[in-house]
Design a protein around this ligand. Structure first.
Ligand code: IMP
Length: 200
């Protein structure tokens, strides 16, 4: 891939923007919605990560007619039948007894011995008016307390397989060794590099 590909990243989540920018090479330039001057809160109304990711990238594509991508991520906990899953961002919504989603998750896993979980990221890329999907999974466990201050969301309770730290105890570069988002992004980068070769 010789030419530089510019993509709008359809998210308002600064953490995701930083994580994704940290894994890019020189040939891909990413603009967040903020950097592209787009102020919009894109809904996530669907029952699958793929449909929500698609909704976000298609909304931005219709607005700008530019190449763009989005991602939707869910934390899937085995003993909770895959919950919070696609509802990860809104898990504790309307439940006043929990300060946040992570508290509700720890409450629901109280006394449970099976703590197996995975993060799953689905990326929707719209390139030259065609849509492509990429998936990244990180398997691990939910510990029974919150540890660490880095990252965001469920990071303080998620320990990836192969580490004894939670994501929130890791600097971003270390999280990237395991991360679902990084794995999905690597596929996108590989796809763009092949795409660049075919079209040159
Ligand atoms: P969404 O993809 O923006 O809908 O995120 C879904 C939910 O999962 C949000 O509550 C995020 O905080 C959480 N989430 C997404 N990615 C991560 C991650 O890498 N670590 C921890 N939580 C995450």
């Amino acid at each position: 891939m010789n030419e530089i590909i510019e993509l709008i990243f359809a998210t308002n989540n600064e953490h995701k923007v930083q994580e994704i920018k940290s894994v890019l090479g020189n040939n891909i330039k990413i603009k967040s919605l903020k950097e592209a001057g787009i102020e919009i809160d894109i809904p996530e109304p669907h029952h699958t990560l793929q449909a929500n990711a698609s909704e976000k990238s298609n909304t931005i594509h219709q607005l700008t007619n530019k190449n763009c991508f989005s991602e939707d991520t869910g934390l899937e906990v085995e003993i909770l039948n895959g919950e919070p899953g696609v509802k990860s961002a809104r898990y504790a919504e309307n439940e006043k007894q929990f300060k946040n989603n992570t508290e509700k998750l720890l409450f629901n896993l109280k006394d449970k011995t099976n703590r197996t979980a995975q993060f799953r990221t689905v990326i929707s890329l719209i390139l030259n008016n065609k849509e492509y999907f990429f998936v990244g999974v990180c398997k691990g466990n939910i510990i029974d307390e919150q540890r660490g201050n880095s990252g965001f969301g469920y990071d303080p309770v998620f320990m990836p397989n192969g580490s004894n730290k939670t994501f929130a105890e890791m600097p971003m570069e270390e999280k990237n060794l395991y991360s679902h988002r990084k794995k999905a992004m690597q596929q996108l980068i590989e796809f763009l590099s092949q795409f660049g070769k075919k079209s040159s």
